[in-house]
Design a protein around this ligand. Structure first.
Ligand SMILES: NC(=O)c1ccc[n+]([C@@H]2O[C@H](COP(=O)([O-])OP(=O)(O)OC[C@H]3O[C@@H](n4cnc5c(N)ncnc54)[C@H](O)[C@@H]3O)[C@@H](O)[C@H]2O)c1
Length: 235
């Protein structure tokens, strides 16, 4: 459902909106008639999208920097007079790493970006935080929901695959993780975000899975490096 009246006149900030899932969310909100502020710490990507989508505004902002975020909000309200929806999409998924290889400093930085900013290994914490915030903010009529994307084909996915010994095999494995036999598109996460912001007016504190069913049923769960045990017949 892409009609320009769906979220018309509303003001939306999308963090990490310069590329990947964020750019998909920006496009979906533009399609719905909203006024969109693209926030990104990457100037080139943000500016390119702003030029491609007339009516959008790009504001340079690193969501781990409190002062940047304050300016982002005040500048949005100064320009448009209100703020109806914030999509906290900016985040990062590090290459696979064992816990013992992760430094405290590295983990702290990831938490700052993915949890205070939003998302992923921190995903469990995000859903818990979504519920807590939904309770706290309901008194102001504010709804708080989260989207948990599965494998979505973005520049980040491509970069992570390229850093593995066999990128083609990694992409194939990622593709086969979904019963639907494909990865998702940023536009499909965008559609979910617009739905939560517009029609889902009685939803708060929920987690919307946009995963192509990756979590369903049986699949290859052990890593290739795990020594496999033959089944033992108990009779
Ligand atoms: N792609 C997937 O399969 C997938 C799956 C689950 C979760 N996610 C999460 O979704 C989010 C977006 O993923 P993506 O694949 O589109 O990534 P991406 O790297 O392609 O795009 C992320 C965008 O966020 C921006 N960004 C990063 N840190 C920022 C910061 N501190 N302040 C402002 N902007 C910042 C980047 O500049 C970039 O434009 C990430 O948090 C990722 O972990 C992605």
């Amino acid at each position: 459902m892409a009609t320009r009246s769906r979220y018309a006149g509303k003001v939306v900030i999308v963090t990490g909106g310069g590329r990947g899932i964020g750019a998909g969310i920006v496009r979906a909100f533009v399609e719905s008639g909203a006024q969109v502020v693209i926030c990104d710490k990457d100037e080139l990507g943000g500016q390119a999208l702003e030029q491609e989508l007339p009516g959008t505004v790009f504001l340079l902002c690193d969501v781990t920097q409190e002062e940047d975020v304050r300016t982002l909000i005040s500048e949005t309200v100064r320009r448009f007079g209100s703020l109806d929806c914030v999509v906290n999409n900016a985040g990062y998924h590090p290459p696979p790493q064992w816990p013992e290889e992760t430094s405290t400093q590295g983990f702290r930085q990831l938490l700052e970006l993915n949890l205070l900013g939003t998302y992923t290994l921190t995903k469990g914490a995000v859903t818990a935080m979504t519920k807590a915030l939904a309770l706290d903010e309901s008194q102001y009529g504010v709804r708080v929901n989260c989207i948990s994307p599965g494998n979505i084909w973005t520049p980040l996915w491509e970069e992570l695959a390229a850093s593995t010994p066999d990128p083609k095999a990694t992409v194939r494995e990622g593709t086969m993780a979904q019963p639907l036999g494909r990865m998702g598109q940023p536009a499909e996460v965008g559609a979910a975000a617009v739905f939560l912001a517009s029609e889902a007016s009685f939803c708060t504190g929920i987690e919307l899975l946009v995963t192509g069913g990756a979590e369903l049923g049986y699949g290859c769960k052990a890593r290739w490096s795990v020594p496999l045990e033959a089944p033992v017949t108990p009779f």
